[in-house]
Design a protein around this ligand. Structure first.
Ligand code: TRH
Length: 359
């Protein structure tokens, strides 16, 4: 597929509902579009996390990061060059004033994409690329299009930088481990933890006490959950807290560790690219819709039984035993991740598909 198409101007709209995934996904998308020679205006209601997630954001050519509220200000709108593409991330509705201005000034409607959440469920390929006519408001008569990321070739694919393998190849894993876990004895497990409040966290921490290991705990909810669980423990595992780091730094952590606990959406994808064994803490939904979503993912993974069991226990879907993290189990999980990573590398990435879709 040819990605060298004329440069386009993209408006990406992002609202931060909670956690870091909304901005995390939008920032990965933005970076990858810029790397493909596109220009981006990223409109976001809370850009504060960019300070650590993307410390180089302000220095990027062809990028403007704008406050969401500015998209409703007439003096801003007046000076706006019409964009070729509008991206509405995760169903955030575009500001009325922005849409009305777009209708009045665009010679033709921009490609209007509704970027959806990632899921391995079987309805995703059917919904991907579906048109959605706008039935009311100033853009009545225009059409949006649903874009569903996914794990199979009949979906929108996954975000993957063109230089990912090259970066991974250059990475000095031993140096990273020496820097972040200097006292790690040979043969010990280095584990990263990025999660919400998993049901089985106390079980994991208790198990680590009897195993050579070092646990790296990411900031925010994971750190708070670990501190709470440790309060009731007589003997403590070896652990340290990590500061917030950039997305590149976060990737390196996943590449360096022997086992990664990830959560949400973006870090799941990054764990797949890392190719190390991982456990996913899925974003919990009130109606337990995440249970089906998790099972669909495990099915797509063709996950071995021990990995399915670990996911169900970690996500509180089953009260069973937390599995022993021995070398044999990790080898099986590692083989599984490597197989799926290889399969995914054979599929077209999300940004290439998106650029092709908008013409
Ligand atoms: O933070 P999350 O739980 O985000 C979630 C999910 O996206 C969920 O699907 C969505 O509904 C909800 O937000 C609103 O997990 P996720 O998706 O992995 O996003 C975390 C981002 O933060 C990811 O881009 C990696 C980044 N990150 C860093 O760059 N540096 C860090 O130090 C840390 C801890 C995270």
């Amino acid at each position: 597929m040819n990605t060298h198409r004329p440069e386009k101007l993209w408006d990406i709209f992002c609202t931060v509902i909670d956690n870091h995934g909304d901005l995390g996904v939008c920032w990965r998308l933005t970076r990858q579009l810029l790397a493909q020679g596109q220009s981006v205006r990223l409109w976001v209601d809370d850009a504060s996390a960019l300070v650590w997630m993307a410390p180089d954001a302000h220095a990027q050519p062809n990028l403007q990061v704008l406050p969401w509220a500015a998209a409703s200000q007439s003096e801003v709108l007046k000076s706006l060059k019409p964009a070729d593409v509008w991206i509405e991330a995760f169903g955030c509705t575009l500001p009325d004033a922005f849409v009305a201005h777009g209708v009045a000034t665009h010679p033709q409607q921009p490609a209007w994409i509704n970027l959806e959440y990632l899921s391995a469920e079987d309805w995703v390929p059917r919904m991907h690329n579906m048109p959605s006519p706008v039935m009311s408001g100033p853009a009545k008569g225009w059409t949006k299009r649903f874009f569903y990321p996914g794990f199979t070739a009949d979906t929108g694919g996954l975000l993957r930088e063109t230089d990912l393998q090259e970066r991974q190849g250059r990475f000095d894993r031993a140096a990273w481990r020496q820097k972040h876990a200097p006292h790690l004895a040979p043969g010990s497990l280095l584990i990263s933890l990025f999660c919400y409040e998993p049901a089985a966290l106390p079980q994991l921490l208790a198990q680590l006490v009897g195993t050579p290991h070092h646990l790296l705990v990411t900031p925010g909810r994971p750190l708070a959950a670990v501190q709470q669980a440790l309060a009731g423990m007589a003997e403590q595992p070896n652990w340290s807290a990590l500061p917030y780091t950039s997305q590149d730094g976060f990737d390196e952590m996943l590449w360096a560790c022997d086992l990664n606990f990830v959560r949400g959406e973006d870090s799941l994808v990054r764990a797949l690219w890392a190719g190390q064994p991982f456990i996913w803490h899925i974003y919990p939904q009130d109606d337990n819709a995440h249970h089906d979503k998790l099972e669909a993912f495990l099915e797509w993974m063709q996950a071995p039984e021990s990995l399915r069991q670990a996911h169900r226990v970690w996500n509180g879907m089953e009260a069973g035993e937390w599995p022993a993290l021995n070398a044999e189990t990790l080898e099986i999980w590692s083989h599984n991740t490597q197989t799926k990573r290889h399969q995914l590398f054979g599929q077209i990435d999300l940004v290439t598909q998106l650029i092709h879709l908008v013409g």
